[in-house]
Design a protein around this ligand. Structure first.
Ligand SMILES: Cc1cc2nc3c(=O)[nH]c(=O)nc-3n(C[C@H](O)[C@H](O)[C@H](O)COP(=O)(O)OP(=O)(O)OC[C@H]3O[C@@H](n4cnc5c(N)ncnc54)[C@H](O)[C@@H]3O)c2cc1C
Length: 458
């Protein structure tokens, strides 16, 4: 279920789980591309480093992405200029360009077999309404003195050369192997549930054991902690991907009016994201200020966060890995201020707040008044309804058997909704995802939905 093409075509490493107390220097929470990019940067440092993942390394968004490695982030540069200025857009571009070069260097230096290919990355439209947006993006690239290209197959288009694609899990597993050779330790099925500060140390509770460390990095894509209130400064967006046979495309393409996206897999096949895609899904976190949060959680602390890649995490995870390593190792980094967590843009966030409010209203208020008929429930569907006066999430499996759960998302007690397309329960407030039987798939929640029995006497 929800297995991606990348998972089907790569051989996973198996790591141990935390079963004893550990004292170390640096703990990275999250074994996706951002956690791994950081571990790679720290592997030769004097510090002892461990990486913890609540599931399997690479099994979340990094294993379900489309993996275009590009500095071309849709229409993002014009948004940065609109809400910040051209200098910030320049730094954003430069940081991603550096990251793209660093990824190419790592692949070459370490001889990583991950199907890396250089290609061109384009945005395009055939809708006259969207042409000005592409023209605006071109003006900005001209100002930044970045050479662009066009395609003659669309009304308007804009592209960059020397971008790339790769197999994200082959890359990630190679980084794990290399880091292990340099003494980095990896643990799977080791969820961090609780963090305490004791003197100068962090004490993490994992599988009932204690992990002590001096530096702590949250590379979890979306916060499971409430500190810093990042759940109010980010939201998660779900996207579905298809493997498409006989869809030939050499370049990576993104249509700006319909959010259709393609990237080649090989000579004959590609991956696409379209409205009716359904082969697998993944979520990424969107930073409401328009620029990811990569830096110290508090001004002076040794606790760091990496959140908000807004679906451009291939280069941005490398930006993050390098930046956090430089902060820990007290090296200068030209992008520290740009990604610092200590500023916000209300003007960029404004349209997202309306959306967040609507989601919260559904989860906190409107969904309380659900009262559907269980008799009318189709097989492989779910509803929230009152059963003997109590609100329940009810799933009818393909044999017609009913399964009952508490509908309250353990994160902040919003009421979940059933999504037929991927047979999941999703929390509208912060997008925790549970399978049809209530098992947690994606956080911020740390717990599954509570199973409920039905009292047949009533
Ligand atoms: C459909 C889709 C397509 C995309 N395509 C592209 C693309 O073409 N190009 C591009 O640049 N970007 C793309 N992205 C974005 C990119 O894939 C992500 O930004 C990136 O993979 C995020 O990496 P990550 O390491 O931050 O998160 P993840 O890969 O999700 O890793 C976070 C890890 O943290 C672990 N974790 C969470 N909580 C805990 C805890 N409490 N304790 C221990 N471990 C925990 C999780 O188990 C997980 O493994 C796409 C995103 C989506 C959704």
């Amino acid at each position: 279920m929800n297995q991606s093409y990348w998972q089907k075509t790569s051989k996973k490493t198996i790591e141990k789980r935390i079963e004893t107390d550990i004292s170390t220097d640096i703990v990275i929470i999250g074994g996706g591309l951002s956690g791994l990019a950081l571990a790679y940067q720290l592997k030769d440092s004097p510090y002892r480093v461990i990486v913890l993942d609540k599931d399997e390394l690479g099994s979340h968004t990094s294993g379900h992405t489309t993996a275009k490695i590009t500095t071309f982030h849709a229409l993002h540069y014009q948004k940065i200029v609109q809400h910040y200025d051209i200098h910030q857009a320049y730094l954003y571009y430069k940081s991603n360009e550096d990251a793209l070069s660093q990824i190419k260097e790592i692949i070459q230096k370490e001889n990583i077999q991950c199907q890396f290919q250089e290609n061109e990355s384009y945005i395009y439209t055939d809708d006259p309404q969207y042409v000005p947006y592409i023209e605006r993006e071109k003006e900005i690239f001209d100002l930044l003195r970045v050479p662009t290209k066009t395609l003659d197959t669309h009304l308007s288009s804009l592209g960059l050369e020397h971008q790339g694609i790769f197999h994200p899990l082959q890359y990630l597993y190679a980084l794990i192997r290399i880091c292990k050779e340099h003494g980095v330790c990896f643990y799977e099925h080791s969820e961090v549930k609780h963090i305490e500060r004791k003197n100068q140390q962090f004490v993490l509770n994992v599988n009932g054991k204690q992990i002590h460390c001096l530096y702590l990095i949250h590379a979890t894509r979306y916060p499971f902690i409430k500190k810093g209130l990042y759940f109010l400064k980010l939201f998660q967006q779900k996207e579905y991907v298809d493997f498409v046979d006989h869809q030939k495309t050499k370049n990576s393409l993104l249509c700006v009016d319909q959010t259709v996206s393609y990237r080649p897999i090989d000579e004959t096949n590609s991956l696409s994201i379209q409205r009716d895609s359904k082969d697998w899904f993944a979520q990424d976190s969107i930073a409401l200020r328009g620029i990811p949060y990569i830096g110290r959680l508090d001004q002076q602390s040794n606790e760091f966060v990496i959140y908000g890649f807004q679906k451009w995490g291939m280069t941005l995870s490398q930006v993050a890995g390098k930046l956090i390593a430089d902060l820990i190792l007290e090296r200068d980094n030209p992008y520290e201020e740009l990604y610092s967590c200590h500023y916000f843009s209300m003007s960029h966030a404004k349209p997202y707040y309306a959306k967040l409010w609507n989601n919260t209203k559904r989860g906190m208020i409107l969904n309380h008044f659900q009262n559907h008929s269980i008799q009318a429930l189709q097989c492989q569907s779910g509803i929230v309804t009152r059963v003997h006066g109590k609100l329940r999430a009810v799933y009818k499996d393909k044999k017609g058997e009913l399964h009952y759960f508490s509908p309250y998302c353990p994160h902040l007690k919003c009421i979940v909704e059933f999504v037929e397309k991927d047979q999941t329960w999703t929390c509208p407030c912060h997008q925790s995802v549970y399978d049809a039987y209530g098992k947690l798939i994606e956080g911020p929640s740390l717990f599954s939905l509570q199973k409920k029995d039905i009292d047949k006497r009533k």
